[in-house]
Ligand binder design. Structure first.
Ligand code: GLU
Length: 478
């Protein structure tokens, strides 16, 4: 382990060590026996692959990993990231987070994660396709992918296109598997994807934060009013998570006053038009030069802007013991995985700042992945069987109301009232219900035990207990 030391002499933990420490701390507050806790902590399977790829520069060795952290439920589930900084410890930490994330939102999967150590900007689309297909073939050879075994998804540096290549490669090797499309989620709609998956993590974050900010007594402790309306927000990262989170938070009435990217930040206390900023970014591939607001050149310092809610949705280890004392937000809403170190969280807790943790708040992605997997296994679009039936039933009801009351509904009223649920309606309703239910469980866990001081510990305690129950019921530890 690469533990560094701070000038003060204290150990600086890396991401993996932070996740393990969070599990240990929470585990100590459960009655789960030590041996079982050890099992819940370790990665069940770690696969490292080195494979050759032909690029315009000649042959290159590419390294990748797939970690299945927990087999207490199968398939294992989690994204694949393309990052030049990828390493085994990072993938193991992320895979572990997936186990607890799935448990929190009652998605019946074990945790997994994969990575390919590349900077995707250095490769053409054709080369990326070759790398993705070869990586998939390597996973197939090792029985590390499949709808019943391990189901990847997008993560940092990957998206629907890569998932389509993965699905196609898997299907080519498994021509007889009618469920082959369920081997990966986050696919394009035309390749077995589901409506609402792209925006699911950001939307889930907004649903989760709405619920977290609903309780007047919790908000009073932060000196805030209940509800999202009027709260000022700074978002770090304008990728898939950050953009959609910012958009839905703005729709919910927040004022997004800061958007931080790797090379600087836009600051506008009057509120940034998120959709306009995205349009600008689509044209120039960057938010730099956006003609509104003030451009701040130091992205790290921008984390310390005065705001109600800070949404780190880029990478891990952004809020550390070094900058935590200067953070001015009252709420940290973790869109990324692992943006706050444990040492930082201790400081934030002591300062009375509420941290809504990653393993709950960004679970919207895997929740909708679960819906996509169910869709693939059932081979039918949600809503296909009942949409018209529902609409007709409502229509008849409106007709009955009209004939008994004499009231006449306008065409517009009829259209909005006699509406059957589409796939996107069902996905969003399932996502909202999941995020609300999971927060209530976490909050209750925290309120039940005075030793639990923060939401992360509460989330881990609940998740560890759920995983342990599965193991115990399986009789693995009789
Ligand atoms: N990569 C996402 C995450 O970290 C989604 C995982 C999935 O959908 O399986 O939660």
């Amino acid at each position: 382990m690469s533990t560094a030391t701070a000038p003060t002499g204290e150990k600086i933990l890396n991401f993996h060590e932070n996740v393990m420490l969070a599990i240990e701390r929470a585990g100590a507050l459960t009655d789960v026996p030590k041996g079982l806790l050890d099992q819940i902590k370790v990665s069940n399977v770690v696969v490292k692959i080195n494979f050759p790829v032909r690029t315009s520069r000649g042959y290159e060795v590419i390294s990748g990993w797939r970690v299945q952290h927990s087999h207490h439920k199968l398939p294992a589930k989690g994204g694949i990231r393309y990052s030049p900084l990828g390493d085994q410890e990072e993938v193991e930490a992320l895979a572990a987070l997936m186990t607890f994330k799935c448990a929190i939102v009652d998605v019946p999967f074990g945790g997994a994660k994969g990575a390919i150590k590349i900077d995707r900007r250095n490769y053409t689309e054709e080369e990326l396709e070759r790398i993705t297909r070869r990586y998939t073939a390597e996973l197939i050879k090792r029985n590390c992918i499949g709808p019943a075994i391990d189901v990847p998804a997008p993560d940092y540096g990957t998206g629907a296109k890569e998932m389509a290549w993965i699905a196609d490669t898997y299907a080519a090797f498994h021509g007889n598997d009618i469920n082959a499309l369920g081997c990966v989620t986050g696919k394009p709609l035309t390749q077995g994807g589901i409506r609402g998956r792209v925006e699911a993590t950001g939307r889930g974050l907004a649903f989760g934060l709405t619920e977290a900010c609903r309780h007047a007594e919790d908000m009073a402790k932060l000196g805030l009013q209940p509800g999202l309306a009027g709260k000022s927000v700074v978002v770090q990262g304008f990728g898939n998570v950050g953009y959609h989170a910012a958009r839905y938070l703005a729709e919910a009435g927040c004022r997004v006053i800061g958007v931080i990217e790797w090379d600087g930040a836009i600051y506008d206390p009057a509120g940034i038009d998120i959709v306009a900023l995205d349009e600008y970014r689509k044209g120039t591939r960057s938010i730099t030069g956006y003609p509104h607001g003030t451009w701040l050149t130091d992205p790290k310092a921008a984390l310390e802007l005065e705001c109600d809610i800070l949404v780190p949705s880029a990478l891990e280890n952004q809020i550390t013991a070094e900058n935590a004392p200067r953070i001015k937000a009252r709420i940290i809403a973790e869109g990324a995985n692992g943006p706050t170190t444990i040492a930082a969280e201790d400081i934030l807790n002591a300062r009375g700042i509420m941290v809504v943790p990653d393993l709950y708040l960004n679970a919207g992605g895997v929740t909708v992945s679960y819906f996509e997997w169910l869709k693939n296994l059932s081979h039918v679009r949600f809503g296909r069987m009942d949409k018209r039936f529902e609409a007709t039933a409502y229509d008849r009801l409106l007709g009955a109301i009209e004939s008994t009351t004499g009231k006449r509904f306008t065409a517009a009223e009829r259209l909005s009232l006699a509406h059957g649920a589409d796939e996107i309606d069902l996905v969003n309703s399932g996502l909202e219900d999941t995020m609300i239910g999971a927060f209530q469980q976490i909050r209750e866990t925290k309120l039940r035990d005075p030793r639990i001081k923060d939401l992360r510990t509460a989330a881990f305690v609940g998740a560890i207990q759920k995983v342990a129950t599965t193991y115990l019921e399986l009789g693995v530890f009789p």
